[in-house]
Ligand binder design. Structure first.
Ligand code: HEM
Length: 339
């Protein structure tokens, strides 16, 4: 094989690549001959090095001996990785210098990809709801306090990248948008999810999160104020903004994160947390998690008043049950109880 003669086309291609390599390395002031020599000596890549398999497998450190805690850790990590991919799509589409947002085809591609990731996350939430024994969860959960998925900063990034600040404030505080950012930030809707239902004080879960991320998140809000998805969408020319496919894709995206994912998550919580139980640190999560209470909607103008009024209520729930939730729960071979 090594002595096989190259065809004229292959020689031409090889010369073309050499020219490109030269341009690339000379463009950054490097000696390209040295880089060519490096190529001759470098080892080929292995799969395990490429995906960093050893590091990846070492990233799970359960805090108890309950085997199902591994499912809990890994599924959270999987979710965070999907969040990373969603953020990458939004970042590329909203990068003002790249200018992708000016063309419909880029909205189709990137919003379509985001919804696809959310779809997978919604469909896989059964792994939390039915894929862990209730009896094990009840025990290992206590060893994880006060940590909560509520502290997922990537989830907040996605919200800030997707919509205007006004849509992310608590629904009773969306009026005075002229107030300084530091003041408005205190009204972020999710802050109401970290309140102890007995004392009305902030939970430790929320206080820890604020200490670590408040400044960073305010920076994100400033950065995305004039380039979040909703901001850019509202400013598209009318013929683009009213494009049927784009509106459809944005409606899908809004529903996936703001209704279906939240409902899947709520379903898992309902299954594992006893009826009278409190969320991490004593939150009244039953009055917080269901989407009909917070009514977070990223793209306000693409929904009718009735649709907004019905956000997360029965009609949407039926759609959710029929179309979105995974099939496992409906599978007769699995009766939904623990072994
Ligand atoms: C059985 C599994 C789960 C249960 C029982 C559960 C429970 C809860 C509860 C009770 C809250 C309200 C805040 C609190 O009291 O801590 C919450 C919030 C949250 N959890 Fe989970 N969770 C589960 C799985 C997950 C997973 C896999 C993720 C993925 C990252 C996640 C992400 C979140 C997020 C982002 C919030 C904030 C939601 C919002 O602000 O609307 N949770 N969770």
């Amino acid at each position: 094989m090594a002595n096989r003669k190259l065809s004229p086309e292959e020689i031409n291609k090889a010369i073309g690549y050499i020219h490109q390599l030269r341009e690339k390395y000379e463009g950054i002031g490097q000696d390209f001959i040295l880089y060519l020599e490096g190529l001759v000596h470098s080892n080929g890549l292995n799969y395990w090095d490429y995906v960093k398999l050893d590091s990846l497998m070492g990233l799970q450190t359960p805090r108890t001996n309950f085997p199902d805690e591994m499912i809990f850790v890994v599924y959270h990590q999987i979710t965070e990785l999907y969040f990373k991919l969603i953020k990458q799509e939004i970042d590329l589409l909203t990068d003002l210098e790249r200018g992708e947002y000016k063309e419909l085809k880029n909205w189709y591609k990137r919003i379509g990809r985001c919804s696809n990731y959310w779809k997978h996350l919604c469909n896989s939430f059964d792994i939390m709801a039915h894929g862990m024994d209730i009896s094990e969860f009840k025990h290992f959960r206590m060893a994880l306090l006060p940590a909560s998925g509520f502290q997922s900063v990537q989830f907040r990034h996605i919200e800030i990248m997707s919509s205007n600040l006004s849509s992310l404030l608590h629904k009773d505080n969306r009026e005075d948008m002229d107030a300084p950012l530091e003041k408005l930030y205190q009204y972020m809707y999710w802050k109401s999810g970290g309140i102890d239902m007995d004392t009305n004080n902030k939970t430790l879960t929320l206080r820890q999160f604020e200490k670590k991320y408040d400044l960073e998140l305010q920076g994100w809000i400033k950065d995305y104020r004039y380039r979040n998805l909703a901001y850019l969408y509202y400013r598209l020319a009318p013929e683009l903004k009213n494009d049927e496919k784009l509106v459809h894709l944005l409606r899908e995206y809004d529903q996936y994160i703001n209704i279906f994912w939240r409902m899947s998550h709520q379903a898992a919580s309902s299954r594992h947390l006893p009826i009278d139980d409190r969320g991490t640190g004593g939150t009244n999560w039953r009055k917080y998690l269901p989407p009909k209470f917070q009514r977070v909607i990223f793209f306000n103008t693409i929904w009718t008043d009735t649709e907004k009024e019905e956000w997360g209520k029965a009609g949407v729930m039926k759609f959710f049950r029929d179309r979105i939730q995974g099939t496992w729960m409906k599978d007769e071979r699995y009766d939904g109880t623990d072994q």
